[in-house]
Design a protein around this ligand. Structure first.
Ligand SMILES: Nc1ncnc2c1ncn2[C@@H]1O[C@H](COP(=O)(O)OP(=O)(O)OP(=O)(O)O)[C@@H](O)[C@H]1O
Ligand SMILES: [Mg+2]
Length: 340
């Protein structure tokens, strides 16, 4: 017998199509569940683009994992496809403002996404030109190449200031662009975000606002079932999806968490050599999802919030019997960490 047949398994015993459960995966229409109304509303807002008019600007709010990014991307893609059928050149630029926090980074990302250097003969370097030059090149690209563009500013509350919003929402009025129309879709999970916006930006950016509610257990159940073909047939035990849905609904109605737990449960089955995914794995997977969530939260926080957290961790490890610490104690440790 060939030894390698013993050493390796040739087929994944649990998953057949694991990509369906990856968070970056953009599900197709049939797998988007429970957001028909929201998708229709968003489509209405951007619809004028197809007959050459300006789309309205819109702000989408909602807690984490409620499908905001998904629906915005989905509707933009649908718009691009439908516009193309009508010989209208539409495009979309997606900006993750948690990554591109400054005005310059944001305008750079938008310009380089929408640019086709072979056709426009415009170069958008990663750095080395002024913000004003990026803008000039962006306006130029827009008028040369596009009838309409949607600009999705995801996690818009992470932007350092409103300057880019002002520029984008007034580009037409200010005569920066002549033929191209711009629609801005802002997305945030901070419902109070609008309060700190400049009045002028607010009036043009918040023409429409939508709040995406958390999912209930039933919707989460359907979202996961619509992707259950990620697993081999018969691998998921009956109680797994309902249990995962119930856990995720009880916590925050967060679809990302539900999908994460389901994937992890499968991975646990895989690594333990089990042939089916049982409810027991769901409980273990939930703990892992929780850890991941915290890791992400910590990674996304500012350096000094991390130092404070580190100070608190050190204190807790050194005094495991103590349940709370005085702010002054935490501050002392924090100061040492800063000095290091
Ligand atoms: N209605 C839905 N149908 C199918 N999958 C969904 C649905 N809503 C969300 N998902 C999936 O859940 C995950 C999280 O969704 P999404 O990224 O859109 O959330 P979000 O509201 O943007 O969250 P955050 O505020 O954390 O960015 C994604 O993998 C997405 O594909
Ligand atoms: Mg999002």
């Amino acid at each position: 017998m060939n030894e390698t047949t013993d050493l390796f398994t040739r087929e994944d015993p649990i998953f057949t199509n694991k990509e369906l459960l990856e968070i970056s995966h953009l599900p197709e229409e049939g797998r988007i569940v429970g957001r028909d109304d929201e998708i229709k509303q968003l489509a209405n807002v951007v619809n004028p683009a197809i007959f050459g008019q300006s789309p309205s600007n819109v702000l989408i709010y909602g807690k984490t994992g409620t499908g905001k990014s998904l629906c915005a991307k989905y509707v933009s893609q649908q718009l691009i496809d439908t516009a193309a059928e009508e010989s209208v050149s539409a495009d979309a630029a997606y900006v993750d403002c948690a990554q591109d926090t400054t005005e310059t980074q944001t305008v750079q990302t938008i310009a380089s996404t929408l640019n086709e250097p072979d056709r426009t003969d415009i170069n958008i370097p990663d750095k080395g030109i002024s913000t004003a030059t990026y803008y000039k090149r962006l306006w130029n690209i827009l008028d040369q190449r596009h009838d309409v563009v949607l600009i999705i500013l995801d996690e818009i509350d992470k932007l350092e200031d409103d300057s880019i919003l002002m520029q984008l929402s007034r580009a037409g009025e200010a005569g920066k662009i002549s033929s191209c129309k711009i629609g801005v879709i802002g997305i945030s999970n901070k419902i109070k975000y609008k309060d700190r916006m400049d009045e002028r930006v607010k009036s043009s950016l918040c023409e429409r606002e939508y709040v995406f509610p958390p999912y209930d257990a039933n919707q989460l159940d359907r979202i996961m079932r619509a992707r259950s073909d990620a697993f081999r047939e018969g691998v998921l035990e009956d109680g797994v999806i309902p249990r995962t849905a119930a856990l995720a609904a009880r916590e925050h109605g967060d679809a990302r968490k539900a999908i994460d737990i389901l994937r992890y449960a499968g991975e646990i089955a895989q690594s333990t050599g089990a042939t089916t995914v049982s409810e027991d794995f769901v409980n273990q997977a939930r703990k892992r999802a929780e850890t991941d969530r915290f890791r992400e939260l910590i990674r996304g926080s500012t350096p000094h919030s991390r130092y404070v957290l580190q100070a608190l961790t050190i204190l807790s490890l050194d005094n495991s019997e103590q349940e709370s610490f005085r702010t002054s104690n935490i501050y002392d440790v924090y100061e040492q960490i800063c000095r290091q």
